[in-house]
Design a binder for this molecule. Structure first.
Ligand SMILES: Nc1ncnc2c1ncn2[C@@H]1O[C@H](COP(=O)(O)OP(=O)(O)OP(=O)(O)O)[C@@H](O)[C@H]1O
Ligand SMILES: N[C@@H](CCO)C(=O)O
Length: 320
């Protein structure tokens, strides 16, 4: 259960009252998640999520919280950070950085169908456009520089064929990043980790309705195409084999492009970015698996999944 730091009802009441959210009537620890301490809080004005950040610092958090606030203000369904009278959205509880955000309705859809993929594609494009006038910058901390730094750390743990694939793919991505087509890719604030478990859906009139994107703590400034690729690699593949699912992929891309048509450079580089998206999570999973740090040990994801996805993306490039 992800409650590393216990918060009493009294402590929660004090904070939520300061945020003008009314009296807190219930506080319940949330079991999912491994990074942070999370509670659902019910107050007279609604339901909220209280998070105590166990790893991210006071310096790192403003980018993520301000991005969520910015997107929420522009109608993108994301948790909205609640501010105090002075407008501060980063709080302190038990000496740890803390936030109180609106609770999203619904639940994650872990076996998405075409309709779910279309809904995520549509909202992803809207989110990218809504982020255009967000004025804070932070590099994608799990981008190319991190892949170059981390590859030598994980290489000693790999079989020769895996090491060869990892090194050749990294060389390919460094080469792509130098190209003029890459330089032409539109950039902005991206989520960078929008997997099935970071999106909520509710059912309205028997139909799935997207009710929110959350967990923005890998967000950063990067190409919109990379964000799209990360999504396609999770929402639109067969998890057992890593193979592309053409129907879901087409639906995702069509819905995204209907809101923001892809540029020529984006269409050209989609196959390369699908490989980049697989490489990013292969490396991070290898890193978590072979070099575990405290909390990450609790549920290291299977690295071989993204090795399979990468091999599929190399063997069967898709053309948008
Ligand atoms: N704003 C929100 N609205 C509704 N539910 C939320 C919200 N934020 C978090 N949750 C619920 O809490 C669970 C844990 O949150 P989250 O996944 O962000 O955990 P974490 O420990 O902060 O990060 P990680 O997923 O990286 O371990 C989610 O799976 C979701 O069910
Ligand atoms: N979505 C990531 C975990 C959090 O970054 C993964 O599946 O490896």
């Amino acid at each position: 259960m992800a409650v590393y730091t216990k918060v009493s009802l009294k402590e929660a009441k004090a904070l939520l009252r300061q945020l003008d959210l009314g009296d807190t009537t219930a506080l319940r620890g949330i079991e999912g998640g491994i990074e942070n301490t999370n509670y659902f809080a019910t107050t007279e004005s609604g339901e909220y999520v209280l998070t105590l950040f166990e790893r991210l610092s006071f310096e790192q958090l403003p980018y993520y919280l301000q991005l969520m606030k910015h997107l929420a203000q522009r109608g993108i369904p994301v948790p909205n950070p609640m501010g105090n009278k002075a407008g501060n959205i980063l709080h302190t509880v038990k000496k740890k950085p803390a936030s109180v955000v609106s609770k999203l309705r619904g639940k994650s859809e872990l076996a998405p169908e075409v309709a779910h993929c279309a809904a995520v594609g549509d909202m992803l494009a809207r989110m990218h456009l809504a982020g255009r006038d967000f004025d804070m910058q932070q590099p994608n901390l799990r981008g190319l520089a991190w892949w170059n730094e981390t590859t030598p750390v994980v290489l000693p743990h790999l079989e020769p064929a895996q090491a060869q694939l990892l090194q050749s793919e990294l060389a390919y991505q460094n080469h792509i990043a130098e190209s003029s087509a890459y330089a032409a890719l539109p950039q902005g604030a991206i989520h960078a980790d929008l997997f099935r478990d970071n999106v909520m859906f509710e059912t309205v009139d028997g139909q799935p309705k997207l009710s929110g994107f959350f967990d923005f703590y890998f967000a950063g400034t990067d190409t919109w195409l990379f964000d799209l690729a990360v999504c396609l690699n999770d929402w639109c593949i067969d998890l057992a084999t890593g193979a592309n699912d053409a129907a879901r992929c087409d639906a995702f891309l069509a819905a995204y492009s209907a809101v923001r048509p892809l540029t020529a450079a984006e269409r050209q580089l989609l196959p390369a970015m699908l490989r980049a998206g697989a490489l990013r999570f292969w490396i991070s999973r290898l890193w978590d698996f072979h070099l575990p740090r405290e909390a990450a040990m609790l549920k290291a994801h299977d690295p071989s999944h993204f090795e399979r996805v990468l091999r599929e993306r190399v063997a069967h490039p898709i053309t948008p």
